[in-house]
Design a protein around this ligand. Structure first.
Ligand code: G6P
Length: 475
C-alpha cells in the first residue's frame, strides 16, 4: 500500500502506542503499549503532527491494519497520534522480532549470554537475519512513502538498526535520527556477533545524521564498537548525541490519584496487612531485570535479619513480556517458583512474604508505587529504567531507592539512591536492610531529590530535543 501523508516529522518503532485484541464477537479493543520507548514517545504533542510508523504485533493488530482508513489507525485508539501500522508477513516478523531483535540483539546489548542461552550463529540465524533485513526494509519503504520533502525521521531502537541507511538511500533529502533505548554493548562483547553482521548493524545506524543514546556510557560504547569493527573514526556524516529520558511528573501525579488506583490500594493493603513495610518492584519479566536475584536477596534479608519477618512484604509485579520465546517464559516460571518457595518457607497464617502479581495492570502498579517504602530496581543492565524515576514521584510517604549501578538512571540518581551491584545477592540483601532502617525524614528528603532529578527531563522535552538536535549541526 502506498499512502503518502507528506509528513514533516516521522517516528518509527517496532511497538506503537496501541495494540489490539480481538473479542469473541470479532470486535477490536485497543490497549496502550508498554515499555520505556512507548512511554517516551507517547508524549509527542499534536503540534508536531508526526506520523508514527510501527509494526503489527499480532492478529488483533493485523485486523486493525486491514480496517485502517487511508492507512492510518483511528485517532480515538491512538490518543490522537497519526499511526501507520505495518502488516509485515508474520513469519518475517517473528524471525526479525523474536529471533534477531529479542534473542540476539537484546542479549548482546544487555550482556545476557550465559546458560541457558548461548549465541548460535548458524544457517537458522542467517535465515532470521534475512528476515530482519526485510523487516527493516519494510519500515524504510513506508517512511520513504510517508515523508514530505526534507522531513525529520526519528527511528527507534535495536529492532531498526538497518533502517537509517536503507532510508538514506531511498530518500537522501531526509534528516534522519536513530535513538537506542537499550544499553550499548562494550566492543569486546559486541564482537561476539559475526563480523559482517556487526558491521551491518553499525553502518546501518551510521546511515543516520545523528545516532543518540540515553546516557554518555552507551554512546561511548557505540563509538568504541565503531572503532573496533569498522576502523578508526566515526564517518563525518554522523553525529553522536545523548538524551536522557525522565518520568512525566504531571501525568503520574494526576493518574495516581484517580479512583481506580485508590481501589487497588485498598486491595493491596489487604494483601499486605496492617502496619507492614513494603519493598516494591515493577518490571516486565525478562532476564535483564534480574527479578530472581532480587527475590533471593529478599530471602537472605529474612534469614539474616529475622526481625523483619512478618514486618515487611515484598510486592513484586512481574508483567509478562515476549512470551513467544521459551527463554522469557522459563524466566517467568522461575520468578513464580522462587516467590512460591519463599512464601512456603517463611509465610505464616497472617503474613505472605512475597505478593507477586503477573497480570499487567497499570493502575495497580501506581497503587504499589504509592505504598512503597522501598523501591527495588536491580537490573543487570538497563538503558535507563523509568520505574526508578517514577516511584519517588508517586510514593505517598517518600521511598528509599535501591538501584543497580548498571541502570542508565543511576547516572542521574546515584547520589540519593542506595547503590547495588546487581549480581551481589548478599550486598543487595544488606542494602535492603539499610533502606528499611533509613530514618523517615532522611527517606522523605532523598525521595524528594530523586523525584526532582528523575523528572528533570520530561518525555515531551526528550522528544523535542532530539528533533531540534537533528537540525543543529553543533549537537
Ligand atoms: C524495551 C525496548 C523497547 C520495547 C520495550 C517493551 O524498553 O527498548 O523497544 O518496546 O522494551 O518490549 P516489547 O518487546 O514488548 O516491545
Amino acid at each position: 500500500m502506498s499512502s503518502t501523508h507528506g509528513a514533516e516529522v516521522l517516528v518509527a518503532s517496532n511497538r506503537g502506542p496501541v495494540s489490539y485484541e480481538t473479542g469473541e464477537d470479532g470486535s477490536l479493543r485497543a490497549k496502550r503499549g508498554g515499555g520505556g520507548l512507548v512511554s517516551g514517545l507517547s508524549a509527542i504533542g499534536p503540534e508536531t503532527n508526526a506520523v508514527w510508523v510501527c509494526a503489527a504485533l499480532g492478529d488483533g493488530d493485523r485486523a486493525a491494519v486491514r480496517r485502517a482508513e487511508g492507512g492510518l489507525l483511528p485517532e480515538a485508539d491512538t490518543g490522537g497520534q497519526r499511526v501507520r501500522m505495518l502488516d509485515i508477513d508474520p513469519e518475517v516478523f517473528a524471525a526479525a522480532y523474536n529471533g534477531i531483535a529479542n534473542s540476539v540483539l537484546w542479549f548482546v546489548h544487555h550482556m545476557l549470554y550465559q546458560t541457558p542461552l548461548e549465541p548460535v550463529f548458524d544457517a537458522e540465524f542467517r535465515r532470521q537475519w534475512a528476515a530482519y533485513e526485510a523487516y527493516n526494509r519494510a519500515f524504510a519503504k513506508a517512511l520513504a512513502e510517508e515523508a514530505g520533502e526534507g522531513a525529520a525521521v526519528l527511528i527507534q531502537d535495536y529492532h531498526l538498526a538497518l533502517a537509517p541507511r536503507m532510508l538514506r538511500r531511498l530518500r537522501p533529502d531526509l534528516r534522519i535520527g536513530h535513538f537506542s533505548h537499550t544499553p550499548w554493548a562494550p566492543a569486546e562483547y559486541f564482537r561476539l556477533l559475526p563480523d559482517d553482521i556487526a558491521a551491518e548493524l553499525l553502518t546501518g545506524i551510521l546511515g543516520a545524521d545523528r545516532a543518540a543514546f540515553l546516557t554518555r556510557r552507551w554512546a561511548d560504547a557505540f563509538t568504541e564498537c565503531c572503532h573496533a569493527v569498522l576502523g578508526p573514526g566515526i564517518p563525518a556524516g554522523t553525529r553522536i548525541g545523548v538524551h536522557g529520558l525522565g518520568a512525566d511528573a504531571d501525568f503520574l501525579r494526576e493518574r495516581s490519584h484517580r479512583p481506580d488506583v485508590a481501589e487497588r490500594m485498598a486491595a493491596l493493603r489487604a494483601e499486605i496487612g496492617e502496619g507492614r513495610r513494603t519493598i516494591v518492584r515493577v518490571d516486565r519479566t525478562e532476564l535483564s531485570k534480574n527479578i530472581v536475584r532480587g527475590l533471593l536477596a529478599y530471602r537472605q534479608l529474612l534469614d539474616e535479619h529475622p526481625e523483619w519477618r512478618e514486618k515487611v512484604v515484598h510486592v513484586a509485579f512481574a508483567y509478562p513480556s515476549r512470551q513467544d520465546l521459551a527463554v522469557y517464559r522459563e524466566y517467568t516460571a522461575e520468578v513464580q517458583r522462587v516467590a512460591e518457595e519463599i512464601n512456603s518457607a517463611y509465610g505464616t497464617p497472617g503474613w505472605i512474604p512475597v505478593v507477586l502479581h503477573v497480570k499487567d495492570d497499570f493502575a495497580r502498579s501506581l497503587a504499589a508505587y504509592r505504598l512503597a517504602d522501598v523501591a527495588l530496581v536491580n537490573p543487570i543492565r538497563d538503558g535507563m529504567n523509568l520505574v526508578a524515576k517514577e516511584v519517588p514521584v508517586v510514593s505517598d510517604e517518600g521511598c528509599a531507592l535501591v538501584l543497580s549501578r548498571e541502570a542508565g538512571a543511576h547516572e542521574e540518581l546515584g547520589e540519593d539512591a542506595l547503590t547495588v551491584n546487581p549480581y551481589d545477592i548478599t550486598g543487595t540483601a544488606e542494602t535492603l536492610h539499610t533502606a528499611l532502617t533509613m530514618p523517615a525524614e532522611e527517606r522523605a528528603e532523598r525521595s524528594k531529590r530523586l523525584a526532582a532529578a528523575g523528572t528533570a527531563l520530561p518525555p515531551a522535552r526528550w522528544f523535542l530535543d532530539q528533533l531540534h538536535a537533528l537540525d543543529d549541526q553543533s549537537s
